[in-house]
Design a protein around this ligand. Structure first.
Ligand SMILES: *Cc1c(COP(=O)(O)O)cnc(C)c1O
Length: 365
């Protein structure tokens, strides 16, 4: 047979950039029937969908033979009204990670640099490497906060995009308005700064800025928000960016066509209309967060401030042992081997089980 017959046994040529891409580690689920009954490993919302969401999704199910509204018209208009921005500044996607991937595709490729804090959100190194660009990771301060001065110093003429995760996943810390504004003033206007506010609804310190206020007079700032955390729609994959027109346009060009299902669009609209209930639930989770944080401090732990729906314990070499201890008590947490453990604020019973595990570990350790 000739060499061009298509039956050779070699595998297809894949982009070299994919070599060594770390795979995203989802938080482990609680094993069915096992001792660990509660999943506190993915920053999910313990509440069921908001009122009106089930009804809207059941109604949407009747049209599963149709493609969704590709432009997400209804949701986009609702978001524009809710945040007081032009419709043309809203771009939706398959979760805010989907939008972040589009931001990279829109700005960065081989030879370019993407700056972000580390440790921060696990998706950043993955989507950066897939784009072909190079990650420039700037260590957090000793207080587990973004080192914005060092991040500004890390900018070169190759920098195309900078992520600021505020509050930061997995440490729960946040940067304040004055320091973030000072940083934005230092960033050249042709570099996109993405403020990832996946946990914005859980923020209580009034000094922590709302990115949507910062973006308004800064064309190089984009804000990422999601329905996955406070709104409790992680399973439906819908998030959005608010950005000035050239950036929002680029996101519309690079989005997966029809990526956001009608189910997700309708559920997101229904969730936005249930804002009172949403705020009540978020308020309860924040009360629980403060309780867990205070109790950990009383047990003798050093815990950074927690402005999102999780707490962070830096355990170093004891990380895996601690995670195993939590599992014996019935909760699955999220270990980052050799660094620490991120624990989502969940149901009161789950939080109590976690606190009991932490107390026991502290006494024995
Ligand atoms: C959870 C999370 C997201 C949201 O991801 P979705 O794709 O919207 O589910 C984005 N950024 C950070 C930092 C997160 O922790």
């Amino acid at each position: 047979m000739s060499e061009t017959s298509g039956t050779s046994t070699g595998s297809p040529k894949l982009r070299a950039e994919l070599d060594g891409v770390p795979t995203y580690k989802p938080g482990r689920p609680a094993a069915a029937g096992g001792p660990a009954a509660y999943k506190l490993s993915s920053n999910e919302n313990p509440y069921p969908p908001l009122p009106g969401v089930m009804e809207s999704t059941v109604a949407a199910a009747a049209s599963f033979n149709r493609y969704p509204d590709m432009a997400c018209t209804g949701l986009t208009e609702e978001l524009a009204a809710r945040f007081g921005v032009p419709v043309s500044h809203v771009a939706t996607g398959t979760g805010s990670v989907g939008v972040a991937q589009s931001l990279l595709q829109s700005t960065s490729g081989p030879g370019d640099e993407v700056v972000y804090a580390w440790r921060s959100f696990e998706a950043y190194p993955i989507i950066t490497q897939i784009s072909g660009a190079t990650s420039v990771q700037v260590p957090l301060t000793d207080g587990e906060v973004h080192d914005l001065d060092a991040m500004a110093d890390a900018i070169t003429d190759k920098t195309r995009l900078i992520f600021v995760c505020n509050p930061n996943n997995p440490t729960g810390t946040a940067v304040r308005k004055a320091e973030l504004e000072r940083f934005l003033d230092r960033v050249p206007s042709d570099i996109l700064v993405v403020i990832d506010e996946a946990y914005r609804e859980f923020v209580r310190d009034t000094e922590i800025p709302d990115g949507i206020e910062l973006y308004r007079d800064r064309p190089n700032v984009a804000v990422l928000r999601t329905f996955s955390k406070a709104y409790g729609l992680a399973g439906l994959r819908v998030g959005f960016a608010i950005a000035h027109e050239p950036v929002a346009d680029a996101l519309r060009k690079t989005a997966v066509p029809f990526g956001v299902s009608q189910l997700a669009q309708d559920a997101a609209v229904a969730s936005l209309r249930a804002e009172d209930e949403l705020l009540g639930r978020v308020g309860s989770l924040v009360v629980e967060r403060e309780r867990v944080h205070a109790e950990l401090v009383a047990q003798g732990w050093t815990v950074p401030e927690a402005q999102a729906n999780f707490v962070w314990l830096r355990l170093g070499e004891r990380t895996s042992d601690f995670a195993a201890e939590c599992e014996r008590h019935g909760v699955v947490v999220r270990p980052f081997a050799g660094e620490g453990v991120r624990v989502t604020i969940g149901e009161t019973e789950a939080n109590d089980l976690f606190l009991k595990a932490a107390e026991g570990f502290r006494r024995e350790g």
